[in-house]
Design a protein around this ligand. Structure first.
Ligand code: ZN
Length: 414
């Protein structure tokens, strides 16, 4: 267990925050620091064909140790951390034999990780929990996933009695800014299917995610001196406000769960002359998703019709686009890849928690690029903030799940 803790800490103490405002890949130079270190480690534990390309995508191979044909499978994780919260100078704290009470992350700043607010903590009573010092995120998302994949490969190399087919591993930059899959070379990876190790609590297994789109509405106003504005001024801020009020009030993130979709207005900027409303549109069901996009377009049209005469031309410009799609469509035809992961968990006494992701994963993009790719728990909680933590036992279990999937895939191919 100490070995796994040391490995995890050696990753989270390297700052790899990504940056959505950058156009390069990786989006930040510092991601190379961990990427280069990982390449060395993969070679050192004995993986073959270790490569890193000009965009810092890492791939490596564990060759098959059986004579019969086994489908090549892959495991994928990302090494960047979220720009939502600082990932520099991470000082992990280790709480052994967690007693179920409050964990003081930072006495000076009075930051407390409490089970009265974060109830998930209670299921880890008696376990070893790694937390932050209350000033940064931890980076278990997704360095727990990296730790698990490296540890599983190391274990398989050290235990040749466990039979498996060819395994490919892939580590990517920039997942947190939605680009982790963008430059992933699916053909070079050469796996029939793969799993991202990038979920949260122990047992999570996911092959459904949102269909996702965005809309950007630009309202045009007319600025006139307020003292002389009667019949002349068009205040675009008020138009934007009116538009927002026409969206279904209960279909917002804070009022929906499970398979319920939503509209989420996340940015409004404005002046009299011009106001911009940006929203995202989400739904697991493709038909409902298309309907949601249509509703936004229809509202914009109505606005233009209603006001065009009065203001002499269209007053709102509406731009709508897709971001990613539900991977279910690509995974369902090869459902055995989910079944194998589920069986692996059951054999390890882990209760599979199969649920639809209310978001996207790199796996959903990869699935549409030809690599079906469900998502498996990496073990952490409260991602993208100072309350992030991970129980070491969950990292160990996820490592075992990888080993077991490799074993089952080979056994089933006989
Ligand atoms: Zn992640």
């Amino acid at each position: 267990m100490q070995h796994i803790i040391d490995r995890f800490i050696s990753y989270v103490t390297v700052d790899t925050e990504s940056d959505s405002s950058s156009n390069t890949c990786p989006s930040t130079e510092k991601q190379w620091d961990l990427a280069n270190k990982l390449v060395e480690e993969l070679k050192q534990i004995g993986l073959e064909d270790v490569t890193i390309d000009e965009n810092a995508y890492i791939m490596a191979t564990l060759p098959s140790n059986v004579d019969h044909e086994v489908p090549t499978i892959g495991f994928i994780a990302h090494f960047d951390t979220s720009p939502d919260f600082s990932g520099a100078n991470v000082k992990p704290q280790i709480v052994e034999n967690y007693d179920g009470g409050d964990i003081v992350l930072n006495e000076e700043l009075n930051v407390v990780l409490s089970p009265s607010y974060f109830k998930d903590l209670l299921q880890y009573k008696g376990q070893t929990i790694i937390t932050t010092d209350g000033t940064t995120l931890l980076g278990a998302d997704d360095k727990a996933g990296i730790t698990e994949i490296v540890s599983a490969m190391e274990y398989l190399i050290q235990h040749p009695e466990i039979k498996h087919g060819k395994i490919r591993i892939g580590f990517t930059p920039d997942e947190e800014i939605g680009r982790g899959a963008h430059l992933f070379d699916v053909k070079k990876f050469g796996a029939e299917w793969a799993y991202t190790m990038d979920g949260s609590q122990i047992g999570e297994l996911e092959y459904e995610n949102f269909n996702a789109g965005y809309a950007k509405l630009t309202f045009n106003g007319k600025s006139v001196h307020p003292g002389y504005a009667k019949g002349k001024m068009v205040n675009s801020i008020l138009l934007a406000n009116k538009f927002i009020s026409k969206l279904p009030k209960d279909e917002v993130p804070q009022k929906t769960t499970g398979y319920e979709g939503f509209f989420h207005v996340h940015t409004v900027t404005g002046s009299i002359e011009e106001s911009v409303v940006e929203l995202i549109i989400r739904d697991h069901n493709l038909k409902k998703y298309e309907k949601r996009k249509k509703l936004v377009a229809k509202l914009a049209n109505k606005f233009n019709k209603k006001h065009a005469k009065k203001f002499g031309g269209p007053i709102v410009n509406c731009e709508i686009g897709d971001q990613y799609f539900n991977m279910r469509e690509k995974v369902e035809p090869v459902m055995h890849i989910v079944d194998i992961a589920e069986e692996a968990m059951k054999q390890l006494d882990i209760k599979p928690l199969i649920k639809a992701i209310r978001g996207g994963t790199d796996g959903s993009q990869l699935s549409y690029m030809g690599l079906p790719c469900p998502n498996i728990f990496a073990g952490g909680h409260n991602f993208h903030g100072k309350y992030e933590y991970v129980p070491v036992e969950s990292i160990v279990k996820a490592t075992q799940v990888i080993v077991k999937i490799a074993e089952l895939t080979a056994a089933k191919a006989k």
